[in-house]
Write a new protein. Structure first.
Length: 342
């Protein structure tokens, strides 16, 4: 792991020696390890976040973003940031089911949120409400500053899908523990694929359908190799947070923390504003650029009835890890807030 083998101690020592506790902001040159490229709507918010921190600190706190896995792969991000090879990063929490079994839940379960606003707000609250989630993050050596959400997941396929039965036998992009169970319940075959692998999978016939929000499908140019989407809605999820190395974050002076958190709160609000609009605009762009056809899917109710109770399934899995009690508290809070956050 090249990025982590860089001097972990050196990064933290350099930060420690540069921080002062005066009223002025410290002079800091910081690194953010990013797994996605700069063109997604969420990535553009991340760039705005870094630019605003630099501007509001009078140019003293500089954050350079290394896009598209330049500092390490997605499945290395927990260590890259947690062990101090980068000060900040992004992490797909469901990719670390052993390290973040509770925190990763809102990125894991299909059909868990009606819209991205619910996903972002409720996940932010869950981390504040569930002490065991906070402890998971501390053990991993990371701390979230703000969360992104993804718009409702859809399927973009190489063949038309207009009925629930049309998913039978298809090879569906999948990830994690729970998405495969959904495809199996619908009679499809789950195929695990990281985002960067989906284009080639569709192109070579290893996948029949992508499973992605429209904005990410456009960003990864999937409309070039798959021409059919539909109105089937698999729900929104919470996605990557901007995370900080926990030790670095703890030793920052209060004025720098306050500045970063102020900008982080504003970035979260921007995320809620733009995600759904960007998703709609992205579908329109795929229709125009790639001749993608959006088909009506009248079987949404049948789809939801055919899929497992993912909340119950997750709690059962957490029971096996000795985490049943915090998992039940998590689900109870989540379901309550679903009725209140629209």
């Amino acid at each position: 792991m090249k990025a982590i083998r860089a001097s972990v101690a050196g990064v933290l020592l350099a930060v420690s020696s540069s921080i002062t506790h005066s009223q002025d902001y410290p002079e800091l040159n910081l690194r953010l390890a990013h797994t996605y490229h700069a063109t997604t709507a969420q990535s553009q918010i991340d760039q705005w976040w870094a630019d605003e921190i630099r501007k509001r600190s009078g140019g003293k706190i500089k954050i350079q973003i290394f896009w598209a896995e330049a500092l390490g792969k997605q499945n290395e991000m927990s260590d890259i940031v947690g062990k101090g090879a980068a000060h900040f990063g992004v992490i797909i929490t469901s990719f670390f089911p052993d390290r973040l079994p509770l925190v990763g839940v809102t990125n894991s379960l299909p059909l868990g949120f009606k819209n991205p606003r619910q996903a972002q707000i409720i996940h932010t609250e869950l981390v504040a409400e569930i002490p065991e989630m906070q402890e998971e993050l501390r053990r991993a050596g990371i701390w979230p500053l703000f969360w992104h959400a993804l718009a409702e997941f859809r399927t973009l396929c190489t063949k038309p899908i207009t009925r629930l039965e049309d998913y039978r036998g298809l090879r569906m992009r999948s990830y994690g523990i729970y998405v495969p169970r959904m495809w199996e319940a619908l009679g499809a075959t789950p195929v695990t694929a990281f985002p960067a692998e989906i284009y080639e999978g569709l192109q070579r016939g290893q996948l029949d359908c992508a499973y992605f929000p429209h904005d990410l499908a456009l960003s990864f140019r999937l409309h070039e190799v798959a021409k059919f989407t539909n109105t089937a809605n698999f729900g929104a999820i919470s996605t990557w947070p901007i995370i900080a190395n926990y030790k670095f974050w703890q030793q920052l002076p209060d004025n720098a923390k306050k500045l970063i958190m102020t900008v982080s709160d504003e970035a979260a609000a921007k995320d809620r504003e733009v995600t759904s609009k960007t998703d709609r605009d992205s579908l329109a762009a795929m229709v125009q650029k790639g001749n993608v056809k959006e088909l009506e899917f009248p079987d949404q109710g049948k789809l939801e009835k055919a899929t497992p109770d993912f909340f119950q399934m997750w709690v059962a899995n957490m029971e096996k890890k000795g985490l049943g009690e915090p998992a039940r508290r998590t689900v109870a809070y989540w379901k309550k807030r679903l009725q209140e956050v629209q």
